[in-house]
Design a protein around this ligand. Structure first.
Ligand code: KG4
Ligand code: ZN
Length: 356
């Protein structure tokens, strides 16, 4: 049932303007992502007003491009899914308005999607897996463990109480004068470094549960950097490499240990990971080992479907639609929207906006 459905998915909750076309039998017919990285580059983070404006300017172009790439017209669609939160409110509003406009003009059903549900359901799109599974979302804006029991049944097992790991990678890069985004540049330096030369903390490992903290790691790295500069009058290339290696190993160990606990608390057949940080080879290997030790399959969807995109929104929309859920013209944009309605609100939000 639903295999022949064709959905448009619209995503604009952060700094990527995205539109995609996905079918009920898990085919991604188009996946357009227009990044705003260059617009925000001078500001050291995403500027909400600039993001909202750029989304408003680019959304219809992205939708048109997606239809062209798929060789379809609006008349071929069965529904429109749109991120209705959580995220930067101006951007989410731009996406919701765009989706409502298309729905009003075509009469197509409208489905509002939680951005985090989009990420969390991606392994069902890419690999067709059944529930339950545990998903670790690790990006510049998110960091949480979710147990997925159904397309609208999520339990938050833990998350960061301050920075997201990608944000920490970006800040480490900044303090070592490495290019942004920080993840890939820190990883490249770390590959040439010795992770045993400097000692960095393993935050919150001494406490039970799956909550995490990454801002202390950044502060500890900053202190080590300043100490080296004071002692030597500057940073040597090898110092940078060794600091990056120590930082990356610390993040990998924290994520691995917390994943081990998440699987112990919630034994499931699959550990899945999504988000830009999942691109990191050391982190990926550490998580794969944890899954193997727990007798679970490790799944990391391809990066273009792991980072923010419209395909995950279209897919989550299809799942909601098949569950009988629809939204009307009163669909509103929500800056905060916790996936797990039972969980206490998270403390941290991250530079890319509030992510419940
Ligand atoms: O999922 P994503 O593209 O966007 C959102 O954050 O929403 O993730 C981007 C984040 C950035 O902070 C970037 O530094 C990090 O993912 N990242 C990495 C790597 N590639 C990207 N972090 C560690 N290692 C990488 N290879
Ligand atoms: Zn995201």
């Amino acid at each position: 049932m639903g295999k022949d459905l064709i959905f448009l998915g619209i995503e604009s909750s952060c700094d990527d303007t995205a539109a995609a076309i996905v079918t009920g039998d898990r085919r991604v017919l188009a996946n357009v992502v227009s990044s705003q990285t260059e617009l925000h580059a001078d500001f050291g983070g995403v500027v909400p007003e600039i993001a909202a404006r750029a989304h408003a300017e680019r959304l219809d172009i992205a939708v048109e491009q997606a239809l062209t790439d798929a060789g379809l017209s609006l008349a071929d669609l069965d529904g429109i899914a749109v991120t209705a939160g959580p995220g930067l409110i101006g951007g989410v509003m731009a996406g919701v308005m765009c989706a409502k406009g298309i729905a009003a003009g075509t009469g197509l059903p409208l489905v509002g999607v939680n951005h985090l549900a989009g990420h969390a359901l991606t392994p069902r799109l890419t690999n067709g897996i059944d529930c339950p599974y545990v998903m670790l979302l690790v990006s510049g804006g998110h960091c949480q463990f979710l147990r997925v029991d159904g397309s609208d049944d999520f339990t938050r097992l833990g998350g960061t109480i301050d920075d997201a790991p990608g944000e920490a990678f970006d800040k480490i890069a900044k303090l070592l004068a490495l290019p942004q985004p920080g993840g890939p540049s820190v990883e490249a330096e770390a590959a040439l470094g010795d992770d045993t030369r400097f000692t960095l903390p393993r935050p919150l490992l001494d406490r039970p549960g799956c909550d995490m903290s990454f801002s202390g790691l950044k502060t500890a790295a900053l202190r080590l950097r300043d100490q080296l500069i004071a002692e030597q009058g500057g940073l040597r290339q090898q110092d940078r490499r060794d600091l990056c290696a120590a930082f990356q190993t610390a993040v990998a160990e924290v994520l691995a240990e917390k994943s081990r606990r998440a699987l112990a608390a919630s034994p499931v057949p699959v550990l899945a990971v999504a988000g830009g940080v999942a691109a990191n080879t050391q982190i990926r290997a550490a998580l794969a080992k944890v899954a193997e030790d727990a007798g679970a399959r490790f799944l990391a969807p391809p990066l273009r479907l792991c980072t923010d995109n419209g395909a995950m929104i279209a897919w989550a929309g299809i799942e909601r639609f098949l569950a009988g859920q629809r939204d009307g013209m009163d669909l509103s944009a929500r800056p905060r929207w916790p996936l797990d309605r039972k969980a206490a609100p998270m403390l941290g939000s991250g530079k890319k906006g509030a992510k419940a």
